[in-house]
Write a protein that binds this ligand. Structure first.
Ligand SMILES: [Zn+2]
Ligand SMILES: [Zn+2]
Length: 264
């Protein structure tokens, strides 16, 4: 029952990636292109820093927040009028029971083989946060993906803009002073920019697909309000989750029909 270790190779890799991309975008691309002392450079740096900070906060919450465990006292209340439907096993029709945790499973709860316990409203076990994505950290995980997709796209736009500007300047320089032979050694910042661009393109594509998938799930499987909250202003905040409830009961698509059948 010991506390799981939060640091793992993928988590450390994410940390290194975030650090490298942040350094390259702010201190190489923005600094060399616009200059951090200029208004446009500073604004871009502040905006990119805000995205990075929000992504890191969401990431930390997704890692450290317990995804949700079933209380020891949990028993499905068969007489409860507010939840007329209980998830049952497909074959036998019995209430879902976890042999390993020795407890009944609320709707949407599943046993995670990696975490070795049942997790409320389990989405999946994610190696990149070394934790399950479940009831309590789903919003943090979703916002992490959202902020990273936004930051990656923004970084790609900055790198592309800078590269176009750099190539144009380079062309002008070679045309105006043909006799001036500058050294062609590749500097460390150039390597960093190329490495960043090479990492960012597939990363952005993969994350956009992931974000699209979760937006699809949000819109179909659960209402967006259930995960993001009723107040539009608190949607971007990963800590605003007072609306999510206990995770032991959910409205299901059966609720309306079943309720009608039993009550009338
Ligand atoms: Zn279990
Ligand atoms: Zn897990």
């Amino acid at each position: 029952m010991g506390r799981r270790s939060c640091a793992s190779a993928p988590v450390i890799l994410v940390g290194i990636l975030v650090g490298t991309i942040y350094y390259t975008v702010v201190f190489v691309v923005i600094e060399e292109w616009l200059g951090l002392s200029s208004a446009s450079g500073l604004l871009n740096a502040i905006f990119f820093s805000c995205l990075t900070v929000m992504a890191i906060i969401s990431y930390m919450l997704a890692i450290f927040r317990d995804p949700g465990r079933i209380p020891h006292s949990y028993m499905p209340d068969m007489e409860d009028e507010s939840t007329p439907v209980h998830e049952v096993k497909r074959k036998s029709g019995d209430l879902r029971y976890c042999q390993k945790c020795e407890s009944y499973k609320p709707p949407r709860a599943h046993h995670c083989r990696v975490c070795k316990r049942c997790v409320l409203r389990m989405d999946h076990h994610c190696i990149w946060i070394n934790n399950c994505v479940g009831h309590n950290n789903y919003k943090a995980f979703f916002l992490f993906v959202f902020y990273v997709v936004t930051a990656c796209s923004y970084a790609l736009i900055l790198i592309a803009g800078y590269t176009i500007e750099f190539l144009r300047d380079d062309e002008e320089r070679t045309h105006s002073s043909v006799n001036q032979q500058t050294g062609t050694s590749v500097s460390a910042p150039v390597v960093l920019k190329v490495v960043c661009a090479v990492i960012l393109v597939p990363l952005s594509v993969a994350l956009i697909v992931l974000l699209g998938w979760h937006v699809y799930l949000l819109l179909n499987n659960q209402t967006t309000i259930e995960v993001l909250g009723p107040n539009l202003l608190t949607w971007p905040c990963p800590t605003a989750i007072s609306h999510i409830g206990s995770g032991l009961k959910f409205r299901t698509s059966h609720d309306g029909t079943e309720h009608d059948d039993s009550s009338e």
